[in-house]
Design a protein around this ligand. Structure first.
Ligand SMILES: Cc1ncc(C[n+]2csc(CCOP(=O)(O)OP(=O)(O)O)c2C)c(N)n1
Ligand SMILES: [Mg+2]
Length: 753
């Protein structure tokens, strides 16, 4: 199947006819949130070419050749640009859009819900009517595709339920080929049929729900009829449609790795040959006298040749820059060999191997050049070769490691700082009231913002940040969601990708685990995997750190920062700082999570007078107490406990400098902590996470990246929570998380060393 030029292939054969039918009803402004079988659809809507398909198969890192992923994704993972190079949203209402595909099965479901929900927002929020480049009054449909077996995932059920409840324009196509790799559908789906299992979701005149259609994947006319009706109703009435497209096949099995003869019976294989949709549509075309056997054969052979040509062209384009590199290295090698005679033989041997490689890869180039440089050692003659090696390192870094975050004007790190203004007569109010006043001003001034989550609407969230605001701004902008963290995150991702500014709430940080997958796999990788063509300016709002009990005082920050590279992680110590972070993020295109302090909502803060202007620069720690003997680095709720310890230590003549990192991702971009350490020569990292979690991350950053080890008088320390989840009650908290006495005792010990 593959000629050895590509590593892995996964294709949409056996599903071509259904995709041609689906493409007929996909209009400008619509979105596709699908999976790796949709190549025919992408070709049919004119958003991918065969040559591009092969470029992706070869992992060509040039985005001109593989505009779908610049070689970063496996074949059949498509995407169209949603933003321009400056991060501004394109005229999406007048183009055919595809959200960048993902490999995790059913991963397309949660954000597909959000993409569809955005249409509902555009239709029902009057402030959004002006943005005609983003939506034609909500007339866009989100076409979601999924395999029959992936419907076993919780993602599928949660999404289907939410779409049925909310009534969003989703056209959901289940490509049913009877298998998920080797596992047949009777082991996947109740009653072996997704449409039957979902029959209770069928919309009735007086209910919400789905329009459900069952069609045969080789019956072009039948599919067109069903798709036309279902998609039209989704567009007009926002009732979602489910198309169970049965009787599809996999002519080549699941993928290029492994053959389906291992798990399909001879009868099934025979049936697949008989009912292959390409064979069936050919018969239908001839029976309907639309064309003749000869004409079709001519077309088929023409198409085969065209594909071969495009394949060759794609490979040549992929090889061209590498061959240039090889050429340059061979030249350098000749000169090296001449100038370093005692290494000439080694260098010539390396050179010979490289030039003999008929299909060199970039890593072969790097390995050869490195080996030559190794042979040359310190010899001055190697100057140009070294220079070239460094150039190539830089070039490859741009090709393979760039674009994790926005870097242009929409980078959250480029947002200018505006300091808080605290008037002399500033009132002291509760933390939740600071947020409430802020969100009020925000919704009055920024039409793009919507907020949702469990209990966010009617009661204005469990801590009253949105109290009274649904009544003021309407339930289209501030609304309640079912208890479904996964799809609340998906809603946020999809809505953000359509150019809006969602604040999607996870009620407590401990429940982030339920919603982590789409953040980690989708939101955090999006900018990277599309090389900047798509952005997801989602803000996840949650609250955490110490309060009471195992599931209301977790602080799994190590988990968060390690699974969410590609997002920013903000850990404000109070609600005013949180406001500054919301403002910064709302001006940028990077996704982020803001973790408010659960125990901070009822603490008093001075109300600043520039709520909407105040911005916090991400990655810039704040020294919240100056001192000279030791630097204590922490964040969030922990800081208040550290302050108390510092008061106690001061009475004993020990002067503590306390640094609030404010954000864990990014972390101290200007090395402010190092500056402090230079002065104190002692450092302690404190947090509530488990040992080896975020405290270890901060330790590593300061010691290794900032070179902090050079300024130490005593061993650096981390002080963390225990390995277990926190026990209940105030005593449980005291003995599970770092406490004042523990901090004091450790610092006193460090001072004596
Ligand atoms: C979360 C996750 N688990 C497992 C896999 C490995 N995997 C890739 S495709 C696949 C089967 C999917 O079957 P189905 O949904 O029926 O789609 P089909 O490939 O048959 O079109 C599996 C198990 C994955 N990609 N993601
Ligand atoms: Mg399948």
């Amino acid at each position: 199947m593959l000629t050895g030029k590509a590593k892995f292939g996964i294709f949409g054969d056996g599903k071509e006819v259904a995709q041609v039918a689906m493409a007929k009803f996909f209009k400008e402004g619509d979105f596709r949130s699908g999976y790796y079988r949709d190549q025919t659809f992408q070709f049919a809507i004119g958003q991918a070419t065969v040559e591009q398909f092969f470029s992706q198969l070869y992992a060509d890192p040039d985005e001109n050749n593989d505009p779908n992923s610049a070689g970063r994704q496996m074949v059949s993972h498509f995407c169209t640009s949603l933003t321009d190079e400056n991060g501004n949203w394109l005229d999406l209402a007048n183009r055919k859009n595809t959200i960048a595909d993902l490999a995790p099965t059913a991963g397309q479901m949660p954000r597909g819900l959000g993409v569809a929900l955005a249409s509902k927002c555009f239709r029902s929020i009057k402030e959004l009517k002006q943005f005609t480049h983003l939506s034609d009054n909500g007339n866009e449909v989100c076409f979601v595709t999924i395999g029959d077996s992936a419907t076993s995932e919780g993602h599928f059920w949660e999404t289907v339920n939410a779409a049925g409840v909310m009534q969003v324009p989703m056209a959901l196509f289940v490509w049913d080929d009877g298998y998920g790799i080797s596992v047949p559908k009777k082991l996947q789906t109740t009653k072996g049929s997704i449409s039957e299992a979902l029959s209770g979701f069928q919309k009735k005149d007086d209910s919400n729900g789905f329009h459900i259609y069952k069609v045969k994947g080789w019956d072009y006319a039948g599919m067109c009829e069903a798709f036309e009706e279902g998609v039209r109703l989704a567009r007009e009435t926002h009732t979602p449609a489910l198309f169970h497209v049965d009787e599809l096949t996999q002519p080549q099995g699941h993928s290029t790795s492994g053959s389906h003869e291992r798990y399909k019976t001879p009868e099934r294989l025979e049936w697949e040959r008989e009912f292959d949709c390409m064979k069936k549509i050919r018969e239908w075309i001839i029976d309907s006298a639309l064309s003749s056997d000869e004409e079709l054969s001519r077309l088929e052979s023409k198409a085969k040749n065209q594909v071969k040509d495009e394949r060759t062209r794609a490979f040549e384009k992929y090889q061209a820059p590498i061959k240039e590199q090889v050429k340059k290295i061979l030249e350098l090698a000749t000169s090296l060999a001449t100038n370093i005679p005692n290494k000439a033989q080694t260098i010539q041997q390396i050179s010979k191997e490289l030039s003999g490689n008929r299909e060199p890869m970039r890593r072969d180039v790097m390995k050869s050049l490195y080996a030559m440089l190794n042979a040359a050692g310190d010899n001055d003659a190697a100057f140009w070769a070294k220079d070239y090696y460094n150039d190539l390192l830089k070039e490859n870094e741009l090709l393979y490691n760039s674009h994790l975050y926005n870097t242009g004007e929409k980078s959250a790190l480029k947002i200018a700082e505006t300091k808080a203004i605290v008037a002399n007569n500033a009132p002291m109010i509760n933390g939740f009231e600071v947020l409430n006043k802020y969100f009020d001003a925000l919704f009055a001034s920024n039409p793009y913002v919507v907020a949702f989550g469990e209990d966010v609407g009617k009661i204005g969230d469990v801590n009253q940040g949105f109290s009274g605001l649904q009544a003021k701004y309407g339930d289209a902008r501030i609304f309640d969601s079912g208890i479904r963290e996964l799809t609340i995150m998906g809603q946020g991702i999809g809505i953000a990708m359509r150019g809006l500014r969602p604040i999607a709430e996870i009620q407590y940080l401990d429940y982030l685990l339920y919603g982590l997958e789409p953040l980690s796999d989708d939101a955090a990788t999006l900018h990277f995997r599309t090389k900047g063509k798509q952005s997801c300016p989602l803000i996840v709002r949650t609250r955490g750190h110490r309060l009471e009990g195992i599931w209301h005082s977790g602080s799994p920050m190590g988990m968060v920062i390690n699974s969410l590279r590609g997002m920013y992680v903000c850990v404000p110590r109070n609600m005013t700082q949180a406001v500054g972070m919301y403002n910064t993020l709302l001006k940028s295109n990077d996704p982020a999570i803001i973790i408010e302090c659960l125990n901070g909502y009822r603490l008093k803060e001075k109300l600043i007078s520039n709520l909407l202007q105040y911005t916090v620069s991400l990655g810039v720690p704040e020294i919240i107490r100056e001192g000279s003997d030791i630097t204590i680095v922490s964040y969030g709720s922990m800081l208040r406990i550290i302050q108390e310890a510092a008061d106690g230590l001061e009475a004993e003549g020990i002067s503590c400098e306390i640094i609030d990192v404010q954000t864990l991702l990014p972390f101290d971009v200007n090395h402010k902590i190092l500056e402090s350490l230079r002065k104190t020569n002692r450092i302690l990292f404190v947090d509530e996470d488990v040992p080896g979690g975020a405290a270890a991350f901060m330790f590593n950053k300061v010691m290794e990246e900032q070179g902090g080890y050079r300024h130490l008088d005593v061993a650096p320390r981390t002080l963390t929570g225990k390995e277990h989840r926190p026990s209940y009650g105030s005593d449980g908290d005291y003995f599970s998380k770092p406490n004042v006495e523990e901090i004091e005792a450790l610092i006193k010990k460090m001072m004596k060393e």
